[in-house]
Structures are given as structure tokens and as C-alpha cells.
Write a new protein. Sequence first.
Length: 418
Amino acid sequence: MSTNIAIKKIDSHLSSWPGRVEEIRKLLGAPGNPHLFPPHFLKSVFPKLGGHLFLVEKNGQDMGAAFLFPGNLNGQRLEYNLRWHQIDPHVPVSKDSLLTGIKKRMGACDLRFYAPGESYSFKKTAQEMAGFEFGCPDPEESLKIRHLQKDIWGYHTAADQDFLYPADIHSTNFQPCSSLVVRKDGQVVGFLFGFFKFNHSPFPDLLRQKYLTGFRIESQLLGVTPAFRGKNLGFLLKKAQAELVGDEGIDIINWTFDPLQSRNAVLNFCELGGIAGQFFPEYYPFKNELNQVPASRFGVTWLIRSVRVRKALTGHRRKIPHIASADDYRILNDGYNMANAAAGTPKIAIEIPSNWTRLQREDLAAAAEWRRVTDEIFSRYVGFDKGKYLVTGVGWNKGKYFLIGERVDNNLLERLGL
């Protein structure tokens, strides 16, 4: 490697990480570079994927940045897709020198070079389900996914374009773990995409023995156009995703969602059979039409080979039980007021707003209190450790919605993991 090239790894564990990400994105042309990933993704999600960021300099001048995305797990050997962003295209950096230098910093691994802006290949597929067509996108549809993000999340200003995901990530060159669209009469009306993930987060030994936990999928974004909501497309997109990645030997799909969105809670727990054992307060540093207060998130674990999930994907929707003040359902809050402590009860119930998006729009102060109180509850009780609670369902009582948590023990883990 040329001695004039310096490769610096940016440590995502340091408190300076968000600021360094912003600095590097600006060097690469943000917010006007459509090939860059959104800032909230790079700050919050990218490190949890097991991703790595390197800044490359030559003769003291910044030349570009390399983003290492998990690509495959070959035995115990990690494979990464190296996404290279060059600052000045007229001052080249040797590809071989770049790969050699980063391998030295990473240790034993394999790297696959990829530069956005070059020619792309796509592999369009199609499968009929429930009167719709599902499949991998073609070039025009990959651009449509980007446009749909604007409409669904209200990204209409020039500055908002920085929050859109690049269209090239849906190509076979970048090799996303899953990228799907849903079509009606030849038009894209919904989409889903996610990324491979090297995961070493805490996980119960009982489940670790049954599932491949070190190589997973992080399902990042799912959207359906307003005109086609209420037609079960979110469920069908997740079903298509489970089939796609299951064929590749994946056991676990993760994703995050706002635990105060009752409709999404019903989808994730009652219809898909997911469970939540992770909570990330103030996970995303942004605000938009759906996030007017700090954007806290649940981390969902979807065991796609479990009986629970297989039944869910064949249409066996879990019932939404009635929640009352009984011994087996300890209600922890009354709106945004704390009510009870769990005190070791087998099941807890946490009230959530019936319409979180409308509440944020109409009463921001009340929404902030809801977030504060529920963040405190989730931080205290949700987890995979024994004695903590896994969120497994949704309940109701007199028009109110509740998240149901079950206390972690071997019996629960065996039941969920079968």
C-alpha cells in the first residue's frame, strides 16, 4: 500500500460518533448527494448492523470514506460489502490499496468493493398473493421506492431529501438482504427493504441453541401508499420477506418500531408473531410528521422458523385479549400517569395511545408526557433477561390499547422458540 495513504477507523462506540458521521457526510456532499445513506440510519442503525466506517486520507487530504456493510457469514469468516464514496473523482485512490489497507485494520475478513454511481444490475421477480404482485424491483421501481418515501413520511422540502435512502441499494451490485415491492396494475404501491446484520447482542442461551443468532436480517423500512392501506399489505410484505430470506438460511429478522403506534403493535405482535425484548429510548435524532417527540423504538425479534411465526404467516392471528385489573395482568400506567409496579407478576399491561400520530399533531404536550412515562416503563421492564418482560401481544379495555409483557423464564422461552 502506498505510504501516502492513511486509513482511519471511526469508532462508533465513542460519544463523538454522531458528530463524526455528520462531518464525513458533509465531506461527501451531504445533503445534496443522493447516494448517501440518511444521517439517522448511519448514526443509530449502521453500528448495530455490525457496520464499520473508515476515512481515507492521502498526503493529509481527505480522499473518501468506506462504509462496510455486512454481506455474508462464511463459517466463522465475515464478509463485507465495502461501499466507497470518493470526495474528488479526479484524484483517484487505488482500489487494491484501499482493500489491502482496510483488511489490515479489520483482521481476517473478506471485502467486496462497490462504488455507487457506477452501472447497476437488477433482477426483477414477481409472485402473486391476494390480488397483488410481490417481487424484487427493477431500475425504475428502485427510483419509485425513493419517491414513495417522500410521500409516505412527508419529506417534501429540499432539506428532507437527505433522509431518503439511495435508489442503488436495491441493485444486485449492492446486494441488499431483501428488497421487495408490491405492485397493483403495474404500479408500485408499497415496499420493504433491509440489510444483513452481524449481531452479538445478548440473547437467551435457550434460544441461541436453536437459532443462528450471529447472522440476521435488519428489516429497515416498510411503506404502503395511503390509498392502499388497510389491505393487509404490510403483513404480506413481511411474509414475502420471511420466505425470501428463509431460503438463504436466515433464522431471525429484526426491526424497530415505535411502541406507541397501536396499529403497528397489532401487526408486529398479533399478526406476525414477533416479540420485543429490546428498547432504545430516543433512538432516532429526527422529527417528521410521524415523530414530533423523541423517536424511541422497540427492537422486534422475529423467529421465522418458530411454530408461533409459522402459524401467524398462515393466517392464525393471535387474539387481542380483554385487559382488566386482575392478578395476571398488572396494569402499570393510566394514560401518562404511573399506576403500579410489576412486583413480579407473570404478565404486565402498558397502556399506549389509541392514535399516537393524531395525539402528536393535536396535543404535543400530552404526547411528550406519554413518551416520558412509557420510556421509563420500557427501560425498567423490557428485556430478555430472566425476571424482565418480553412484549408478546396487544390487549384492550374500553377502547384503550395495552402492550402485554410476559415475565421471562424457561417456560416462556421454550414456548416462544418452538
